[in-house]
Design a protein around this ligand. Structure first.
Ligand code: ADP
Length: 404
């Protein structure tokens, strides 16, 4: 683990961490949760695969990070990679300098729930490990290759030029990872068109041509696009003025409703969890059945819409908790795309279990794959690349100042 990278993903009251070896073969990982409360704890897995559970009452982000890092001190990482949701217009992973930290801070209005938490984590690790290269890997960066006709909204131009109002897209590390992995598995699709569907609590679709994102379902924020666990996805933008005028709701209440009380939870009035809904639907719950139906139809509609960015569809990849696990959702979604020429192999579809990758088409038409996402491995890989370039650059500049 001597050339390992520590991947940190800071949420508002949690920290996911993973120490990943060079070929992503070995991994120590875990989650610090309920930070700031009496119930704060770390749950994880050690290198031998042993479970770890540690109570850290009232620990904040920095204290939790200190505990995590002290437990990992024997495997000193060569770099730290931070997952950062919104990089604004930053187009690639960046070494964390004061300027880059400032750019992340400037992007906060675009990701008010996520970026402040990332900054707390960055601040803590920079103080704890000033000697280690630290890299920010952005969910938005992969989508910076979208053409303007895909990322611009049809609103007055100054909102874009002066206030950065445009579509950014998210889940970039996941779409990048699974499409690259899909290309490897398919052997011949590096030049070609993939559609990817990342279906977790948050869900998004992406169209990828020759390895580059050309369109995606999420926009300025992660609310746009398909139906999610608690997020509505696309609604008529006039819903805001309707609710304000008729129910007297302010923007914060509307925003909370669309982000936290909508999606599968809102439709079913039962749960944001797809497993619960599938079970309830099997027992005859009509709201759960409708929620699943809307989810699959809107997902198919999104895939069809963003396929306009591709000259050709060579394959479709399902990933994320729902995409990797639910043969039922995959089949139902494809049933809404009969005109795209997909030929699902139902037996293979039904046989794929959690964590398994595999091809589920009949061998003709566009390929269909299930590929477990690995955002941590992708973040570690990008962190390693940036850190390597940086040490190369600093070696070159050391050489340059050698006396003649
Ligand atoms: P996150 O986006 O928080 O990382 P995940 O990618 O783990 O979340 O996805 C969580 C979703 O995956 C939940 O809706 C959960 O119900 C769903 N899920 C997990 N296993 C199954 C399954 N066997 N069948 C259907 N849905 C599943």
């Amino acid at each position: 683990m001597s050339t390992s990278v520590l991947v940190i993903n800071c949420g508002s009251s949690s920290i996911k961490y993973a120490l990943i070896s060079e070929q992503a073969k070995d991994r120590i990982y875990g989650l610090a949760e309920n930070l700031g409360s009496a119930d704060a704890r770390i749950k994880g897995v050690t290198i031998g695969g042993q479970p770890l559970e540690l109570s850290i009452p009232h620990a904040d982000h920095e204290q939790a990070l200190e505990t995590i890092l002290s437990r990992l001190s024997q495997y000193k990482p060569q770099a730290i990679g931070h997952r950062v949701v919104h990089g604004g217009t930053l187009t690639k992973a960046e070494l964390l300098t004061d300027t880059i930290v400032e750019r992340i801070r400037e992007a906060t209005p675009l990701a008010p729930l996520h970026n402040p938490a990332h900054l707390v984590g960055i601040d803590a690790t920079m103080r704890l490990f000033p000697e280690l290269p630290q890299v920010a890997v952005f969910d938005t960066a992969f989508h910076q290759t979208m053409p303007a006709h895909a990322y611009r909204y049809a609103v007055p131009k100054f909102l874009y030029t002066e206030h950065n109002v445009r579509r950014y897209g998210f889940h970039g590390t996941s779409h990048a990872y699974v499409s690259e992995r899909g290309s490897e598995l398919a052997g011949n699709l590096k030049q070609g068109g993939w559609l990817t569907a990342h279906l977790g609590n948050g869900s998004s679709t992406c169209a990828i041509w020759n390895g580059q994102s050309v369109d995606t379902s999420m926009g300025l924020t992660p609310l746009e696009g398909v139906v999610m666990g608690t997020r509505s996805g696309d609604v008529d933008p006039s819903l805001h003025s309707f609710l304000a005028a008729n129910l007297g709701w302010d923007v914060y209440k509307i925003d909370r409703m669309l982000n936290k009380e909508s999606g599968l939870l809102g439709l079913s009035d039962l749960s944001n969890d797809m497993r619960t809904l599938i079970e309830a639907s099997e027992q005859g719950n009509e709201d759960a059945t409708l929620a699943i139906e809307v989810f699959c139809y809107r997902l198919a509609k999104s895939l069809a819409a963003i396929s306009c960015g591709l000259p050709r569809i060579d394959g479709l990849i399902f990933t994320g908790g729902i995409g990797e696990n639910s043969a039922y959702i995959r089949e139902k979604t494809l049933s809404y795309l009969p005109h795209f020429g997909f030929n699902l192999n139902k037996t293979q579809n039904n046989e794929l279990k959690r964590g398994t990758e595999g091809r589920i088409d009949q061998g003709h038409g566009p390929q269909i794959w299930v590929i477990p996402t690995d955002e941590e491995a992708r973040i570690a890989q990008e962190t390693r690349q940036v850190a390597a370039q940086t040490s190369l650059l600093s070696k070159k500049s050391e050489l340059a100042v050698e006396p003649a």
